[in-house]
Design a protein around this ligand. Structure first.
Ligand code: NI
Length: 219
């Protein structure tokens, strides 16, 4: 019984990951709504009536966390700026450093427009990633990156809102562990709404282009 549940859960995760990937490789450029529509159709959900508020598939939402200087911040703290949101942890051996380097390169690519972007690195390992640890880590990539941590409950709620997955996995003896986690970069609009999603491996230039075209359209 337990085994069946485990396999069902694993199957569901693989299915969802494949869905994300299928959407992401379709290329940059589509509006958040178009992306949401593709996601809805992929998941077999019926599209909403024209003009309705959304698909009920919301990605993102309210959060309350602690930034890398120790201040409490919420999603509203970043309203009026575009948000690039990435979930990971500072002890991550491979994917996180690569993705943060990509975010940093995208900010560089944006030039002055980067001032309109808040690039958030939200840890899924709050036990080890204190504000101080986060501050030292994110500044290795770009001084503009903002590290966010919180209580386990705050992190869980934020990850749930963004449909991000993470799981603590024991490695070897003693207390050693690593975190399995999904690895998407989310682009949220100045109103906090979902705009675009980038799978790991997306080029910085493509992320910058997506942001730049949206800024152009909104001004
Ligand atoms: Ni990672």
């Amino acid at each position: 019984m337990l085994r069946a549940i485990r396999w069902t859960a694993l199957g569901l995760i693989v299915f969802l990951m494949a869905g994300w990937l299928a959407l992401s490789v379709a290329g940059p450029g589509p509006s958040g709504r178009a992306l949401e529509a593709r996601l809805a159709s992929f998941l077999g959900l019926s599209p909403p009536q024209a003009g309705s508020a959304g698909f009920g598939l919301g990605i993102g939402g309210p959060f309350r966390l602690t930034d890398d200087s120790g201040r409490t911040v919420t999603d509203a703290s970043f309203r009026g700026r575009w948000m690039l949101v990435y979930f990971g942890y500072t002890s991550c051996p491979d994917v996180c450093p690569t993705e943060l380097a990509t975010v940093a390169a995208a900010l560089h690519d944006l030039g002055a427009d980067a001032d309109r972007v808040a690039a958030l690195f939200i840890t899924v390992d709050p036990a080890r990633d204190t504000p101080k640890v986060l501050a030292a880590y994110v500044r290795l990539f770009d001084r503009r990156l903002i590290g966010l941590t919180g209580t386990p409950a705050q992190i869980a709620a934020t990850a749930r809102a963004y449909r991000a997955y993470y799981q603590k996995v024991a490695s070897g003896d003693g207390n050693a562990y690593h975190m399995d986690h999904s690895s998407f970069i989310y682009l949220m609009g100045p109103d906090g709404g979902f705009e675009d999603l980038f799978s790991s491996g997306t080029r910085a230039a493509d992320i910058a282009a997506s942001i730049r075209s949206r800024i152009a359209r909104s001004s």
